[in-house]
Structures are given as structure tokens and as C-alpha cells.
Design a binder for this molecule. Structure first.
Ligand code: 13P
Length: 257
């Protein structure tokens, strides 16, 4: 983390979990443990149908509600899809774009990711752009090339001013939901590389202001170590964000003085 130049953001990604009632229960549990979120922003990205319930439930907890996806068209005949303006109108501040599960199961491509990043920014939201390599790609030694390609294509056509509003999450696919966390060295190496890529595109001042998160089996036991790396400015947390106690412990790890 580097709190001087950029925001630390701890974000939960609930994926396809939690009903509206479970959302309310989670917020109650969180309130009872009282997280110390003095130095960081806390976000919970929830299924779209639970955004209203989450906004109400998290109101006094200083937790921003995020979405997990959007569709890039403004409106029209796109059955089942949700636009950026619809999310914004519900009070959504952050939206995850290009999660590897969406790339893997729902045909998301670098091209659609870029269009979604533009749509989120245009609506005034902060996209959390996910990038990351598969195990095969890591073993082939092409991690950095792949990350550079994903970052550059996600940000294509985005102005320097707007890039400051983007969050980039490094999520190695092999570490998601597997219990296998990247070592802090592996995570730091790629997060630093992401910042260097942003620096080449937009210059040093912009690069140092962008929040870069790590995601992939982050949990209370490894959060402090990962977050102690200068280029890791937070976490995007799946499994551990479904348990209020674990999530709060990760928030607390990001808020040590
Ligand atoms: P896990 O924390 O369950 O590995 O999931 C990470 C993730 O995909 C967050 O977007």
C-alpha cells in the first residue's frame, strides 16, 4: 500500500452468492464486529438484484455497494442485461469489469472489457478492471506479455483524467477459489508491472495515483503480508468476503497504523 498517493480499497466480490435476506444478515454481523476502516475504502460488489437491499443494509457502515458486471450499450433490446446508467441510478459506485469468470464462462473479451470500462466511466462509476493469467500461461512464461495486453486493451481510448478513476485488480486465475494464493513476491511483481505499464501509457503522476488490488484466495491469514507490498493497494476478495468475520479481519489488516 502507499496511502500517500492512492486509495487503499478492500472490495468483496460476492459472485453468485447471497440472497437479499442474507445480505441484511451479513451487514448486521459486520456491524456487530465494527471494522476499523480508517485508512481504506470498503466496497461490497453484490449480485445486481441485491443492490437496493445492500445499499440499505450497508448505509451506516461506510461500505460502498458495487456491481459485478454491466452491459456497455446505453439502452435497447438487450434482454437480461443491465446498463451503466441503471447501476449508477441505484447508487452504485464501483463495478467489476472483465472478471476471469466472465471471460471464461460468458465470452467476455478484451474488446468487450474496453467497451464496458468506457461505459462505466461515462456513467461516473469506478471500474474495477480484472486482469490475470491462467496456470498454463504462467508456466509458458508469458504472464507479463498477457497482463500488458489486458491492461492496454482495457484502457484503450481512456483519458489520463479518467484512468485515475479506474482500479486494476490483478487476479491470477490459478489462485481464484483454489485456496492457492500467489506469494507476496509473485503478486507484487505483477502489480508493479501493471503500474509500470500504466506509467508507460500515462506518465508517472497518473500511474502512482491508480489503485491496484490483488485478488485470489486473499484471507485473514495472508492479507497483511500481501498488503504490505508497496504496489498492492487493496484486495478483491471472493470466498473470504462471504463471512463477515473474515472480511472484517482483512479490512483491519489494511488499517494498521
Ligand atoms: P477467491 O478470494 O474466492 O479466490 O476469489 C477471488 C476473486 O475472484 C475475486 O474477484
Amino acid at each position: 500500500m502507499n496511502r500517500r498517493y492512492r486509495k487503499t480499497i478492500i472490495a468483496g466480490n460476492w459472485k453468485m452468492n447471497m440472497t437479499a435476506s442474507e445480505t441484511r444478515k451479513f451487514a448486521e454481523d459486520m456491524r456487530a464486529i465494527a471494522p476499523r476502516a480508517k485508512w481504506c475504502e470498503v466496497v461490497v460488489c453484490v449480485p445486481a438484484c441485491n443492490i437496493t437491499a445492500a445499499t440499505k443494509a450497508f448505509k451506516d457502515l461506510h461500505v460502498s455497494v458495487g456491481a459485478e458486471n454491466l452491459y456497455y450499450e446505453k439502452s435497447g433490446a438487450f434482454t437480461g442485461e443491465i446498463s451503466a446508467d441503471m447501476l449508477k441510478d441505484l447508487g452504485v459506485k464501483y463495478v467489476i469489469i472483465g472478471h476471469s469468470e466472465r471471460r471464461q464462462y460468458f465470452g467476455e473479451t478484451d474488446f468487450s472489457v474496453n467497451k464496458k470500462v468506457h461505459a462505466a466511466l461515462e456513467a461516473g462509476m469506478h471500474p474495477i478492471i480484472c486482469v490475470g493469467e491462467s496456470l498454463e500461461q504462467r508456466e509458458l512464461g508469458i504472464t507479463m506479455e498477457l497482463i500488458a495486453l489486458q491492461v492496454k486493451s482495457a484502457l484503450a481510448g481512456v483519458s489520463a483524467e479518467k484512468v485515475r478513476k479506474c482500479v486494476i485488480a490483478y487476479e491470477p486465475v490459478w489462485a481464484i477459489g483454489t485456496g492457492k494464493t500467489a506469494t507476496s513476491e509473485q503478486a507484487a511483481e505483477v502489480c508493479t508491472f501493471i503500474r509500470t505499464t500504466v506509467r508507460h501509457l500515462y506518465g508517472a503522476r497518473v500511474a502512482r495515483s491508480v489503485t491496484i488490488q490483488y485478488g485470489g484466495s486473499m484471507k485473514p491469514a495472508n492479507a497483511a503480508e500481501l498488503l504490505s507490498q508497496p504496489d498492492i493497494d487493496g484486495g478483491l476478495i471472493g470466498g473470504a468476503a462471504l463471512k463477515a468475520k473474515d472480511f472484517v479481519e482483512i479490512i483491519n489488516a489494511a488499517n494498521q497504523d
